[in-house]
Design a protein around this ligand. Sequence first.
Ligand SMILES: NC(=O)c1ccc[n+]([C@@H]2O[C@H](COP(=O)([O-])OP(=O)(O)OC[C@H]3O[C@@H](n4cnc5c(N)ncnc54)[C@H](OP(=O)(O)O)[C@@H]3O)[C@@H](O)[C@H]2O)c1
Length: 332
Amino acid sequence: MNSNKMKAIVWTKYGSPDVLQLKEVDKPTPKDNEVLIRIYATTVSAGDCELRRFQLPLLFWLPVRIIMGIRKPKKGRILGQELSGEIESVGKAVTQFKVGDQVVAPTTMKFGGYAEYICLQSTHVMTTKPVNMSFEEAATIPTGGLNALYFLRKGNIQSGQKVLIYGAAGSIGTYAVQIAKYFGAEVTGVDSTGKLDMLRAIGANHVIDYTREDFTKNGKTYDVIIDIVGKSSFSRSVKSLKQYGAYILGNPSLSSMIRGSWISMTTGKSVINALASYKTEDLIYLKELIDARRIKSVIDKRYPLEQIPDAHRYVEKGYKMGNVVITIEENR
Ligand SMILES: NC(=O)c1ccc[n+]([C@@H]2O[C@H](COP(=O)([O-])OP(=O)(O)OC[C@H]3O[C@@H](n4cnc5c(N)ncnc54)[C@H](OP(=O)(O)O)[C@@H]3O)[C@@H](O)[C@H]2O)c1
């Protein structure tokens, strides 16, 4: 291949996984304040699938559509929200990173993980890869780890508190279970039947199969309930909180925002609509937890770049446990 070109999965329309097409596109060139990263691994997340088919909550529909493209994704748009890789070149004003650094980063609203290369500003949220993780494992840290950490901190988790995580076996949930345990919480993970053994294996003290039991009807109460998938019953979840408990909504709707403000104003309980903001210091914090072997990534399946449409089909079936990883560069 021409050295000025790279392979990427380009997002051509809003719709089924077929709209994701393998193309040869221009390899980016770093500006003075940017680094060029050779991407070794990325992921396909539930969020990628929601964006691809453009199935977003009403609240976000218009603002995200304006950013992505009104009628179809803007020309050359590449999905992919996180990556691990190696810095291949740096702009002349870059001091924080050097050629050869192995890094991990979310792509934020720039996206672009489904490609062989990406340029990111050197001040972008980014850190060096944990040494005890493979590139595939490390690629899962930004979305799962940063969101989980943000939601748990919003709940101000204290040691000994009872924390329930709803949608615990996914990208965010598997990190949330482990970080909550690290914070000293007694963790209940809620997810579907086939995923409960994995939840126990990563440290959940209790598990609930949502297909058989409604946690809001078992008489137990929690200091913090984190609903990652936005499918718990709002009023019954609020009732399942202890007196000063917090209900963290990782997938808030307009109605939950309005009802949540009322609950927070009129009761001792708080409802928090959590939209995570990513910070480099938090990524470094997660790297340190990983270096200390306190948390790890959960990988379900791996696909090569060319098979990203198949990875989307798999993720959409809902079987995924933890993360689906895309391996881009195998000969390293
Ligand atoms: N607030 C933010 O800043 C932010 C940031 C990133 C992502 N998100 C959102 O967070 C959501 C989840 O992300 P993720 O990547 O962790 O998803 P994921 O990997 O698909 O995990 C979701 C898990 O929830 C389970 N689940 C589905 N329905 C459930 C129910 N009714 N009760 C309990 N568990 C249920 C799924 O299992 P089964 O399919 O087997 O049921 C799956 O294991 C996405 O909608 C994404 O858009 C929010």
